[in-house]
Design a protein around this ligand. Structure first.
Ligand code: PLP
Length: 373
């Protein structure tokens, strides 16, 4: 057997079943970016990066936060973010993937249990794989199902913490969690919530703080805000009780055994936080554009819940990817999403609305979709 025989066979199967992924250049009007507020290329963020260079803020941190990598920019960002979110504390990670992995592999202990929404992100799944306790799914957004599962578990397990994992605005379906009902349930059962606001942060909530902003500062809420989506930068902020922050600094392998994020990028995140706080007009323009897209695209089968993620479920993976390619060849950067990212038979076009496009782009996309669908 040749060295990569297994891998070649596997890739061949992916090709035959229309599941082989390839890297594409982003060309045409952007309907796939999570840079919702158009900040990544904005003069404000670019000039923040320039200013950071002028002030000789380093690009690389040179080490783990626990060794030489802890830079005043990380600490300034965490202090400002804690004030902005009204959180007990915050901890900055290189990305949301590492932050979710760190929380779930480190905080739940033996004898605890994790209940997770069926549609949570891969990074939470990977964190749970490393967790010290068992994890059980609950039906997507179904509070009654979760309650039944918690009650059954608690009846047999008088001790042990209960952890509830959910997103507020789901990344592939664009629907919103019943946040208050989940939070009430968590309070009733003394459960701890791990809330992923990756796609809600910057878009929804007071000052763009997300849909779970009212839970910041609670003893039973750990909230993830990623900085690579609406903030247009990179990294992720965990907003969490101080004791949980301290525990992660001491025990999270993703935090300890990894080079600290770029101080220069931490500086740009500080500026981006100020922008979302002081420029509510960006959020208003985005939501107006999302409403417009919803109106134009829903007759074509698009599902909209009023936010920037608007899926059109096609079903078959090959058919989805063919339509996505036809759109790309016609100048629309729309991506097809297929298993394993979404469930078998629910392949879809994931249309993302951002301030990098305008109404005429949406009209043109609708025209092309009408021809293709
Ligand atoms: C819901 C959700 N959580 C976490 C992440 C990971 O965040 P990051 O891109 O910063 O690694 C993503 C990114 O795709 C996401 O969609």
């Amino acid at each position: 057997m040749a060295l990569f025989d297994f891998h070649q066979t596997y890739l061949n199967i992916l090709s035959q079943t229309s599941q082989k992924r390839q890297l594409h250049k982003c060309t045409g009007s952007s309907f796939s970016s999570n840079d919702y507020l158009g900040l990544a290329n904005s003069p404000e963020i670019l000039s923040a990066a320039q200013q950071a260079i002028d002030e000789t803020i380093p690009i690389g941190s040179g080490g783990s936060r626990l060794l030489s990598g802890n830079h005043p920019q990380h600490e300034a960002l965490e202090t400002e973010a804690a004030i902005f979110f009204k959180a007990q504390s915050t901890l900055y990670f290189a990305n949301g993937y590492a932050a979710n992995m760190a929380v779930l592999s480190t905080l739940p202990q033996k004898g605890d249990v994790i209940f997770y929404d069926n549609l949570i992100h891969a990074s939470s799944h990977d964190g749970m794989r490393l967790a010290r306790c068992k994890a059980q799914l609950f039906i997507h957004n179904d509070v009654q199902d979760l309650k039944a599962k918690i009650t059954a578990w608690r009846a047999k397990n008088p001790d042990g913490n209960i952890w509830i994992i959910f997103e507020t605005y789901y990344s592939m379906d664009g629907d919103i969690a019943p946040i208050d009902a989940l939070s009430d349930l968590a309070s009733d059962y003394d459960a701890i919530m791990v809330i992923d606001e990756a796609h809600a942060f910057g878009v929804f909530g007071p000052d763009g703080r997300g849909l779970a902003a009212h839970l910041d500062g609670c003893d039973n809420a750990i909230i993830l805000r990623t900085c690579g989506k609406a903030l247009g930068c990179e990294g992720a902020l965990l907003c969490l009780p101080s004791i949980a922050r301290d525990f992660l600094i001491n025990r999270a392998r993703q935090f300890i055994f990894s080079t600290a994020p770029s101080p220069l990028i931490a500086y740009t995140v500080r500026i981006a936080l100020r922008i979302i706080q002081t420029q509510p007009e960006r959020r208003k323009a985005l939501i107006e554009l999302c409403d417009y897209a919803g109106k134009i695209l829903s007759p074509l089968g698009a599902i909209t819940h009023g936010g920037p993620i608007i899926p059109i479920i096609i079903g078959d993976a090959k058919h989805t990817m063919d339509i996505a390619s036809a759109l790309q060849n016609s100048g629309f950067d729309v991506r097809g999403i297929r298993p394993p990212t979404v469930a078998e038979g629910s392949s879809r076009l994931r249309i993302c609305i951002s301030l990098n496009i305008d109404k005429t782009d949406i009209d043109a996309l609708a025209l092309m979709l009408r021809k293709l669908l």
